[in-house]
Write a protein that binds this ligand. Structure first.
Ligand code: IMP
Length: 426
């Protein structure tokens, strides 16, 4: 079957290495889009030894001629977006002529950022560990039907009207609940107008643009942010992000119908990491955990926080395969396991069925199947047959347990360090 719309998403708690894979696959895409999340995401790309971290702009931007879209499902912080555009342009990437923003995307306003940070401080030990970028409060305003959308920024009078009501509301909470300084209307309004002037020419009807691509038989790549276990419905609630990170939002966050999606590539690391608080059944607190962190350079791309590390959790991965309708898996960072004598995969949660509440998550007792390590370098391998036998056994077991075939294996951070078993784009 010809594939027109390919979704690439994370099957864990984010940071699975999606940016690199999206960048690689966009070689054969006409357009790339982000459909959920915001600048809480951090996609690290290493091209010719040069590191670029993208937060909001689709990873396709580094491919000349590829059009990039930010859909209605994304929350946009204009200052962060403008900074990212200017940074890319300073390093010679042409951005403004091929980046398009949905007018229906909610804006992250300064009060969202302030509220995100004030709430986390108030929660103390129970903090979610958000990125503090206003993501949650902006999605809340969207659902509460008081959000300011990108299109509203472009209409000075409408913006004034909406902002005065919504700012009154949030300032009341900031002052009276959090005992913090309220925000000044004129400052917020004037900044928003300035930002609107910068982004104005990039604002379009993204849904229509995507359907125009489909009518021309173009290939679209839909770039997910975060991971399935951070999904507001299917994740480790309340320790989740505020959007649906699973494949359904590639449809709702873009304006493509569910039947337009041809293929879902689920990305999983060969082990697991998590940033922020919340359940993590296979987390390691021993030397193996330190080794994974060290070899995998596990520090958050957005906040710089050290990532928590543990063995690959196949129970959670199988659930992610189901809820996303994964067509094929991509196993990343397999080379990080090169030094291990024994590698473990979690195959059961003990007496606990798949948890449906935070209490059930704390009842999980992970059970493991042990595999012999290969203790030789897989770095940069490009053919499945080059892999040591023990690595092949591990990868085959992941496919067998989850019921999803392995279509790609990433063997290093560079664009060219991959084993492509089935090309998701053809
Ligand atoms: P928020 O998305 O900033 O509200 O944060 C909610 C949770 O999602 C926190 O645990 C964050 O660490 C986590 N999170 C948000 N974005 C990412 C990401 O791109 N990678 C990994 N974790 C993320």
């Amino acid at each position: 079957m010809k594939k027109s719309v390919v979704v690439v998403l994370g099957t864990q708690w984010g940071d699975e290495g999606k940016g690199k894979i999206v960048d690689l696959l966009t070689e054969r895409a006409d357009a790339v889009m982000r459909y959920q999340g915001g600048h809480n995401a951090g996609h690290t790309l290493i091209i010719n030894d040069e590191k670029t971290v993208l937060h909001l702009i689709p990873s396709g931007i580094l491919r000349e001629g590829v059009k990039c879209y930010i859909g209605n499902g994304v929350v946009i912080e204009p200052a962060a977006l403008i900074k990212e555009i200017k940074n890319l342009e300073a390093s010679g990437v042409d951005v403004q002529s091929r980046l398009y923003l949905s007018k229906s995307a909610p804006v992250i306003m300064p009060y969202h950022i302030k509220l995100d940070q004030l709430r986390e401080t108030k929660k103390g030990k129970a903090a979610i560990g958000t990125t503090g970028r206003g993501i949650g409060p902006s999605y809340e305003d969207k659902v509460a039907r008081r959000g300011i959308l990108v299109g509203d920024l472009l209409d000075a009078e409408l913006l004034k009207e909406k902002l005065s009501t919504v700012l009154d509301y949030h300032n009341f909470v900031i002052e009276n609940y959090h005992q913090a300084q309220p925000l000044d209307f004129n400052e917020v309004y004037n900044n928003a107008l300035e930002q609107a002037a910068f982004i104005k020419n990039m604002c379009v009807d993204v849904t229509d643009a995507l359907h125009t691509h489909l009518n021309k038989d173009h290939k679209l790549l839909m770039e997910g942010a975060q991971g399935s276990l951070l999904d507001i419905d299917h994740g480790t609630y309340p320790y989740v992000t505020s959007s649906n990170t699973t494949s359904g939002s590639a449809s709702t966050g873009s304006g493509l119908g569910a039947t337009h999606i041809d293929y879902v590539l689920g990305i999983t690391k060969a082990y697991t990491t998590r940033v922020g608080g919340g359940p993590f059944p296979t987390e390691l607190f021993d030397e193996d955990g330190v080794e994974l962190a060290k070899r995998g350079v596990e520090f958050g791309a957005t906040t710089g926080r050290p990532r928590r590390c543990g063995w690959l959790d196949l129970v959670a991965l199988k659930r992610a395969v189901q809820v996303n309708g994964v067509s094929g898996l991509c196993v990343t960072k397999i080379d990080v396991l090169d030094s291990f004598k024994t590698i473990k995969l979690c195959t059961s949660y003990g007496d606990q069925s798949f948890p449906g509440s935070i209490k059930e998550w704390t009842n999980v007792t992970p059970e493991y199947k042990s595999f012999a390590g290969w203790q030789s370098s897989t770095r940069g391998m490009t053919e499945f047959n080059q892999l040591p036998q023990a690595a092949k056994v591990l990868v085959d077991y992941i496919a067998e347990f989850t019921g999803a075939p392995i279509h790609m294996i990433s063997t290093g951070p560079d664009r060219c360090e991959n084993i492509l078993l089935v090309d998701p784009m053809t």
